[in-house]
Design a binder for this molecule. Structure first.
Ligand SMILES: C[S@@+](CC[C@H](N)C(=O)[O-])C[C@H]1O[C@@H](n2cnc3c(N)ncnc32)[C@H](O)[C@@H]1O
Length: 392
């Protein structure tokens, strides 16, 4: 009976838009594997997480956070090495060509190994050959062009079948730019959380949280609460996978975590949030990362209205959106090797539309017109836009 309900959660994750969260988590797992590989070799970075910067708290708090994070990393690295057997970090599939700031998210390994990721990877390859291969044919290398599509597909599928490894196979699947982009966005939003925390914010709401683990891996104290909203099946799966994970790798963060299972296209998340202890008299950091592309314009607007209505002064709203590249915007030029990889096609299959939402106007329209900042990040054909504003 228990097994059945677990299977049904897994199916809900794999068969709905929830699978996009597995993709992102898998990318973070590959970045984490690289992080572990480089750790202690003199080129390890300042933790996997953004180092707390600026803000009102004293330097001792900052040092404490850095120490806690380092301790967490050292401990988690040993567990990951033992449990997931990544002894062969030098597999060529692990190569990331684009310059990347690595990420440390040990919990991502638990998510991708709990699911039938092999099935997801194979179906992604299948989709690539059905939909993308012909479109990209001109850009493939001569060597790849010389093999027929059927033969190439068979070779690739056989390779995954026989060499399947839940982390390495994801590394096999994605172009280096995807790693770059997710690493950059993870660091950016980690910093938004930590800076807000240093400024005194204690309430955080994450829309479409998926397999995001900031609640566990950022050094937030016990006065903080993070509300994570996502589809019921996704959150049930996440909760179950984390039960095992946090027993083995205790979180660095002490914050309270409240899951709000809800479809954001209905308005009930707002009531559930309040039922679970959200306090609209406290300033809040609201975050929508990797989400708007899966929602309709009217849902995005309704979220903006409710965020605005529930934001005490000094609240902040961070949104991430996508825009089509224009002829003049610089872009990432994929290598032939990258073309062979799948890029974001499974994720795009779930896109409602590529937004050309004017994020600045969106924030201003909903009352977040102070200190509006925007960063654009070039992609291949799509640009990621990260914007944040405050309501005072
Ligand atoms: C690409 S994932 C991003 C996850 C996470 N924010 C991250 O960046 O790692 C998109 C997430 O949005 C969630 N999502 C999409 N549509 C949703 C909806 N209508 N209601 C609630 N969650 C939704 C999916 O289930 C998935 O977990």
């Amino acid at each position: 009976m228990i097994e059945n309900s677990e299977n049904s959660n897994i199916q809900q994750v794999l068969q709905s838009v929830g699978k996009t969260s597995v993709w992102i988590s898998a990318i973070r797992a590959v970045l984490t594997a690289h992080f572990i590989d480089s750790f202690g070799k003199g080129n390890d970075q300042e933790g996997g997480q953004a180092v707390v910067s600026g803000g009102g708290a004293g330097a001792s708090n900052i040092n404490l956070s850095i120490n806690k994070t380092k301790e967490f990393e050292l401990y988690a690295i040993e567990i990951i090495k033992k449990k997931f057997g990544l002894s062969n970090f030098k597999d060529p599939r692990m190569e990331i060509k684009y310059p990347v700031d690595l990420v440390f998210d040990p919990y991502s390994f638990y998510f991708i190994s709990k699911l039938n990721t092999k099935e997801l990877i194979l179906s992604t390859y299948d989709q690539y050959f059905n939909f993308t291969y012909d479109k990209q044919f001109d850009q493939l290398s001569l060597e790849m062009k010389s093999i027929s599509k059927t033969e190439l597909k068979r070779k690739e599928m056989d390779r995954i079948e026989t060499n399947f490894h839940s982390v390495l196979s994801w590394a096999d699947l994605m172009s280096s730019h995807v790693f770059y982009s997710i690493a950059k966005r993870t660091h950016l939003i980690d910093k938004v959380f930590l800076d807000s925390y240093q400024e005194g914010l204690q309430q955080f709401v994450v829309f479409g949280a998926g397999m995001d683990t900031r609640s566990y891996r950022l050094p937030l104290d016990a006065k903080c609460t993070i509300f994570e909203i996502d589809l019921p099946g996704v959150l049930k799966f996440k909760e179950k996978a984390l039960q095992e994970a946090i027993k083995e790798i205790p979180p660095v963060g002490q914050c309270k975590i409240q899951f709000i299972p809800s479809d954001l296209s209905s308005l009930d998340w707002n009531h559930k949030l309040k039922d679970m202890g959200f306090d609209n008299s406290k300033p809040t950091l609201w975050v929508a990362e990797g989400l708007f592309m899966y929602l309709s314009e009217s849902t995005i607007e309704s979220i903006g209205e409710l965020v605005s209505a529930n934001s005490a002064p000094k609240s902040k709203y961070f949104v991430h959106s996508l825009m089509n590249r224009t002829s003049t915007t610089p872009y990432y030029q994929p290598t032939p090797h990258d073309f062979f990889k799948m890029k974001a096609d499974t994720v795009k299959e779930e896109f409602k539309y590529i937004l050309n939402l004017n994020c600045k106007q969106y924030l201003i329209r909903h009352g977040f017109s102070f200190n509006v900042k925007e960063i654009q990040e070039m992609g291949n054909n799509i640009i990621s836009i990260y914007s944040m504003g405050s309501n005072q």
